[in-house]
Ligand binder design. Structure first.
Ligand SMILES: Nc1ncnc2c1ncn2[C@@H]1O[C@H](COP(=O)(O)OP(=O)(O)OP(=O)(O)O)[C@@H](O)[C@H]1O
Length: 260
């Protein structure tokens, strides 16, 4: 089952965006600031009204799904999530089970425990959200999404406040979720993470898709240089790539052409 957009337009923010994300795969949405990544992700989560075009989940347009079905299918982590109530971590995570309120209590309890453990929150479970660090709060919010065990995980810059170890663990978790048959769609600024961990990359620029496909073809150095306007070069072996950005002064000393 896929999650797709067909000629999606949101004012000037997205222009005729047609993409297809597949279950069992990790899809990364990349692009410079203001490219429309968060707008696209919120459309996929059915939280943003389109001016035209549509979002399709499986065989059906999203609008045919009931609110409950959508809540069960789509787990969404916004870029800067608000927490309306200052509840304990465990309570926050349990809110992820609201779409499954009629599931057996044991099933709900296990999903909550699994999510708390996945995000390394055992020792923080009784702490109010207001007394968490930025990264701990980000992990608690991610745990709430994981607790839903949705068919699709949609996360907007989920690694932004995480330390190296927790970021690596979360990327492993996303891979595991995909292997279990879920669809994973991530907005990522770190192009090396997209290159090494995604199965498919969508590159957006000024509201349009400029590349889509396996990371090696969507994030070539030419595309990175053109879209992000910096001289970049991939180093290392597949799966362990690093992106080297030339310093403008060094590049000009060496006679390289600097992009405008
Ligand atoms: N509520 C809004 N109404 C109108 N325009 C908006 C709104 N939110 C964002 N925009 C504009 O839409 C464009 C796309 O925004 P979006 O947040 O999708 O970009 P992004 O690619 O996620 O950027 P970033 O990397 O900075 O998070 C930007 O030019 C932004 O200024």
């Amino acid at each position: 089952m896929s999650l797709a957009t067909e000629n999606l337009c949101v004012g000037e923010r997205l222009r005729n965006v047609s993409i297809q994300c597949r279950r069992g795969m990790v899809t990364a949405i990349c692009g410079p600031n203001g490219a429309g990544k968060s707008t696209l992700l919120s459309c996929l989560a059915d939280l943003q009204e389109a001016s035209s075009g549509r979002v399709i989940l499986g065989e059906q347009p999203m609008r045919f799904k009931s609110p409950r079905e959508r809540a069960q299918w789509l787990g969404y982590l916004p870029q800067a999530p608000d927490v309306a109530w200052d509840v304990a971590v465990e309570v926050l995570v349990s809110l992820g089970r609201l779409p499954w309120s009629d599931a057996p209590a044991g099933e709900n309890a296990k999903a909550i425990e699994d999510a708390i453990s996945a995000m390394d929150l055992e020792e923080l479970r009784h702490r109010p959200v207001s007394r968490l660090s930025g990264g701990e709060r980000a992990r608690a919010l991610m745990a709430r999404v994981l607790a839903t065990q949705p068919g699709w995980l949609l996360a907007d810059e989920p690694l932004a406040s995480l330390d190296l170890g927790h970021a690596a663990a979360l990327m492993r978790r996303f891979r595991q979720q995909a292997q279990q048959g879920r669809g994973v769609v991530l907005v990522l600024h770190d192009l090396a993470t997209a290159m090494n961990h995604a199965d498919c990359v969508v590159v957006l620029d000024k509201g349009e898709v400029v590349a889509e496909g396996p990371p090696e073809t969507a994030l070539t150095r030419e595309i990175v240089s053109r879209v992000w306007k910096c001289r970049a070069q991939w180093l290392g072996d597949p799966g362990e790539r690093a992106l080297s950005i030339a310093s403008p002064s060094l590049a000009s000393e060496r006679g390289m052409r600097i992009l405008d």
